[in-house]
Design a protein around this ligand. Structure first.
Ligand SMILES: [Zn+2]
Length: 168
């Protein structure tokens, strides 16, 4: 999937979760920001991706060791990344009122990325280290017109929902 579709999915899914949790406007903004950031993280294993190209000292070794769509595209990575970030936020003395919504957003955005890649024909190794790749019946090709439609629908929903929340 393309980076802007992942960002759309990260925004839409985190906004949905914020709504489900009845988060206030500030918390919603934190969850939403986390969601968009989290949606980029799994592609740290791809040096040419939108995120990977900005963190080459990390993306080059990860891609060399695990390959693209390896460990970073698994459920174990969601848990490990959440624990690591929680530890980092604790070390940085982040107030829980900020750390919790940001972390929830990042985890949701990360999961939305896995879901997005699951929709494509290459699938994702959700249960890494098992090599089995999970692929949805849709089997979208990256850049398929259906991907653009999906992204536009999600951006549209996010824009409408955000207006309702933030502009009263
Ligand atoms: Zn990916």
């Amino acid at each position: 999937m393309m980076a802007f579709t992942h960002a759309a999915a990260g925004a839409a899914s985190s906004l949905l979760v914020a709504q489900y949790l009845h988060a206030g406007p500030i918390q919603t903004l934190l969850v939403l920001s986390g969601g968009v950031a989290g949606s980029y993280l799994p592609d740290i294993d791809h040096p040419k991706s939108a995120f990977g190209s900005r963190v080459l000292p990390l993306s080059l070794p990860i891609s060399a060791i695990f390959g693209h769509r390896g460990i970073t595209h698994s459920l174990i990575a969601v848990v490990a990344m959440s624990c690591l970030l929680w530890w980092v936020f604790q070390q940085a003395n982040w107030h829980q009122g900020i750390a919790v919504p940001v972390l929830v957003g990042i985890a949701v955005g990360y999961l939305s990325h896995l879901l997005g890649d699951w929709l494509t024909n290459s699938g994702v190794p959700l249960l890494w280290p098992s090599k089995r790749r999970f692929v949805s019946p849709l089997k979208l090709c990256t850049g398929d017109f259906r991907e653009y439609v999906l992204a536009l629908l999600m951006y549209g929903w996010v824009a409408m929902t955000a207006m309702r929340i933030f502009i009263k």
